[in-house]
Design a protein around this ligand. Sequence first.
Ligand SMILES: [Fe+2]
Length: 136
Amino acid sequence: MEWTEDLSVGIRTIDEQHKELFLKINDLVAAIKQKTCKYKIGDVVKFLEDYIIFHFGEEEKYMQEHNYPGYLKHREQHRKFIENFNRLKQELPKLEGGKNPGSYDLSVETNQVVVDWILDHIVRIDRDLGKFLQRL
Ligand SMILES: [Fe+2]
């Protein structure tokens, strides 16, 4: 997955956060290929846990500040992602000093959920927001 300029929403902090997500998911893809992902997935899940709260909050703040007409619909998608993610998170065994790492299946599933999110949400919904913000 590669972040390209045409995915820019025109707000630097949001673009930087999107790039960060692409980097994380590419790391995970590489770890899946190398079959080391079960040691990586705990880290990725922890990253996502903080990321979604912070990043969605940031986007929602911009939408509210500028009375974005698609705000409620957009926020609803964020909520659905959080629900999906929470379900995934429950599958992660408690990491006890690396003795009990996550599984290959969970890594693949998490990867799929985030890739779907990038293709559906970042590429379409966030870009619509970007177009709106850039017209202001
Ligand atoms: Fe969004």
